[in-house]
Design a protein around this ligand. Structure first.
Ligand SMILES: Cc1cc2c(cc1C)N(C[C@H](O)[C@H](O)[C@H](O)COP(=O)(O)O)c1[nH]c(=O)[nH]c(=O)c1N2
Length: 232
């Protein structure tokens, strides 16, 4: 057996699940400490090892530490967030307005993970029928980055309340490059034990049992032995 085929030890497995369960979207708890380059390099390498359709690797990583650039992005956030608040009324709108939904300036590093839709030419293996597969691949790079960051004690917050075209302009992205994820990145004072939207009463985690279907969408899972596992 080659070394990389060895089974995960209990500790290794526990570490992976810990990163998954204790990863958080961070917006309020950023510390200003810079991320050392060896650590940042490990995170980017983890992102770059995500799966991608046809091994397209459509991502690029735009590292943003300029205050001026971040202020421009923040201005777009404020504009879009003001519009978003109008989707709600009354108490719900007040709750929305009280949510902190970005840490663009407080985090020492912003990172835009982009998707180059033309990488690999016109015919990418596996993207023949469903052309969004490059976007989905880039999301997986985001998740790898996010989980690796959690294992390094670094928080990540995804900010999507932005005007996509303005963001592309601010970052000088060419037309074929899509700004897929705008992330705030930095060490944190703490990781919350639940999603902030849950603690603030916005929305709760759905029961997993209610999301599992059997063979087709219209049939709920009725395998009690499996359902019992989710109680544990
Ligand atoms: C594609 C996408 C886009 C966004 C997010 C996530 C994802 C996946 N999230 C974070 C989101 O609110 C958070 O993941 C959930 O509330 C669950 O919390 P945890 O990530 O488990 O802490 C997010 N959070 C925020 O404060 N502002 C935002 O604009 C966004 N946008």
């Amino acid at each position: 057996m080659t070394d990389h085929n060895r089974p995960f030890s209990d500790d290794e497995r526990a570490g992976l699940y810990r990163a998954i369960y204790e990863r958080r979207d961070v917006r309020s708890q950023f510390l200003p400490d810079p991320i050392p380059y060896p650590v940042l390099a490990r995170l980017l390498k983890a992102a770059h090892h995500a799966p991608s359709v046809g091994f397209m690797q459509p991502w690029d990583f735009v590292l943003i530490d300029s205050l001026e650039v971040r202020q421009q992005v923040l201005a777009s956030f404020h504009e879009e967030n003001a519009k978003a608040a109008h989707n709600y009324t009354g108490e719900r709108q007040q709750t929305y307005r009280n949510l902190k939904l970005q840490g663009i300036i407080e985090s020492p590093l912003n990172l835009c993970i982009t998707c180059d839709r033309s990488r690999g030419g016109d015919h990418v293996l596996g993207r023949n029928s469903i052309v969004e597969m490059d976007l989905f691949s880039t999301c997986l790079a985001v998740q790898n980055f996010w989980l690796a960051a959690r294992a390094e004690g670094i928080g990540v917050g995804w900010v999507s309340i932005l005007d996509q075209d303005k963001l592309a302009d601010i970052l000088h992205l060419p037309g074929h490059v899509y700004p897929l994820a705008y992330l705030c990145v930095g060490y944190v004072s703490e990781f919350l034990d639940q999603p902030e939207l849950e603690t603030k009463g916005w929305r709760s985690r759905l029961p997993l049992e209610s999301l599992i279907h059997h063979n087709t969408w219209s049939e709920a899972l009725d395998d009690q032995a499996l359902l019992d596992q989710f109680e544990k």
